[in-house]
Design a protein. Structure first.
Length: 92
């Protein structure tokens, strides 16, 4: 039996470091900092929109670029929203 996982590039520490090195080389340290700052700013803007909408609430603080929010009507409303988003296939 062929084990296809042996055909891929190993994801050890050295290879992960190489991927990071390529990203830094492509964008530069300042370009990477700009990219991260821009994503944090977008998350803060989205968190502000959630705070302004009475239907939703933030489930956790937003210190960086991860926004956890939920519908105030409970688990059924959250599940319905998730199902609707997944069915649409729209990632934007």
């Amino acid at each position: 039996m062929i084990d296809y996982r042996d055909w891929q590039i190993p994801l050890g520490r050295r290879f992960r470091a190489l991927k990071l090195w390529f990203v830094i080389r492509h964008y530069g340290a300042e370009g990477l900092r700009h990219h991260v700052r821009q994503h944090v700013a977008l998350a803060q803007q989205f968190a502000a929109w959630v705070r302004q909408d009475n239907r939703f609430e933030l489930a956790a603080p937003v210190p960086l670029n991860l926004v956890c929010f939920r519908h105030r009507d409970g688990d059924a409303a959250n599940q319905a929203l998730l199902d609707r988003l997944n069915r649409s296939g729209d990632s934007t």
